[in-house]
Design a protein around this ligand. Structure first.
Ligand SMILES: *[C@@H]1O[C@H](CO)[C@@H](O)[C@H](O)[C@H]1NC(C)=O
Length: 303
């Protein structure tokens, strides 16, 4: 296989799925990330206060009940799964706690509050906020991988995984951790160094995933995190976006593409990846929120 930069990969899936709704375009989807894609893992973290399994989360979700999604309805993980003709991959911890088998169509490891860096949302001087950092998500995936190899045998498992999508939506919490009030990170490291260490850690984890059969990566860049409601509410300047946080997100997104290209060549072209620049998808919505329904707009922009 050769290196294919297919930025439009998901875009293609999205437009095809209009006509062939129920057909699976990929055999499985494995999801890694934070609250943007958590479909319920944090419900199973006993001591975590970073949960969303209470109203009004879920009011627009089928069944109208909170599920652990940080959303009134479906989230990006649900929409992406729908568009490739799969059921949403269930949360890893729900499967483990109920003693259920890992479905062949994928598992989700995403956890609200999670970061690329282990210590994000884990300040020992503050409340212990429990989340599943990326390194731990990858470790959990390795167990699913071993199970798949046991079930299918190595060759079939590798083949299955080589066609599967590995979705990564992570980084926002690390970026917010740098700029939040009381953070000592700006005294320890420059914004560029911080973003570089995020990118390096992400690259290491993506490489580790390659050892566990991953070949098709979809990496979604950071959005305008400085305009998140919580960040705006902390503004001294009346709900303004935090420009420092937004600049950090832009730096991170800028570094993602070369990082992925570097990964591709280090792995001898044995990977395909797509990078979705969420920043440019969401910015117009934030600037002009009354004109669009967010999720519809998000998908329209992608397709
Ligand atoms: C992050 O945590 C994992 C264990 O979960 C550990 O193996 C890894 O070395 C840690 N990374 C850093 C940079 O400390």
């Amino acid at each position: 296989m050769r290196l294919v930069v297919f930025i439009s990969f998901v875009v293609l899936c999205l437009s095809f799925s209009v006509s062939i709704n129920a057909r699976k375009l990929v055999p499985a989807m494995y999801v890694f990330g934070d609250s943007l894609v958590d479909v319920g893992n944090n419900n199973y973290l006993k001591f975590s206060i970073l949960k969303a399994n209470f109203p009004h989360n879920g009011i627009d979700f089928p069944g109208k009940k909170p599920t652990g999604r940080y959303s009134n309805g479906k989230n990006v993980a649900d929409f992406l799964a729908e568009k490739v003709g799969l059921a949403t991959s269930p949360p890893y911890l729900s499967l483990v706690s109920k003693g259920k088998a890992f479905p062949i169509t994928g598992v989700s490891f995403a956890s609200g509050g999670a970061g690329i860096i282990n210590t994000t949302n884990k300040d020992p001087d503050k409340l212990i906020i429990q989340t599943i950092p990326l390194s731990k998500q990858v470790e959990y995936y390795s167990k699913v991988y071993q199970d798949l190899v046991r079930q299918l045998g190595s060759a079939k498992a590798q083949h299955h995984l080589s066609k599967s999508l590995f979705i990564f939506v992570i980084g926002s919490n690390d970026l917010l951790g740098y700029v939040e009030s009381g953070s000592d990170l700006p005294m320890k490291t420059t914004p560029q160094h911080y973003v570089d260490s995020m990118l390096m850690t992400l690259k290491q984890e993506l490489k580790r995933m390659h050892g566990f059969g991953a070949r098709k990566y979809v990496v979604i860049g950071a959005g305008p995190v400085g305009c998140a409601p919580k960040t705006r509410s902390e503004s001294n300047d009346g709900d303004q976006c935090n420009e420092e946080a937004n600049q950090l997100a832009i730096k991170f997104n800028k570094g993602l593409k070369p990082m992925l290209q570097g990964l591709g060549s280090e792995l001898n072209g044995l990977v395909q990846y797509s990078f979705i620049d969420e920043y440019n998808v969401f910015s117009p919505i934030i600037q002009n929120p009354s004109t669009v329904g967010t999720s519809t707009y998000f998908l329209k922009k992608l397709s």
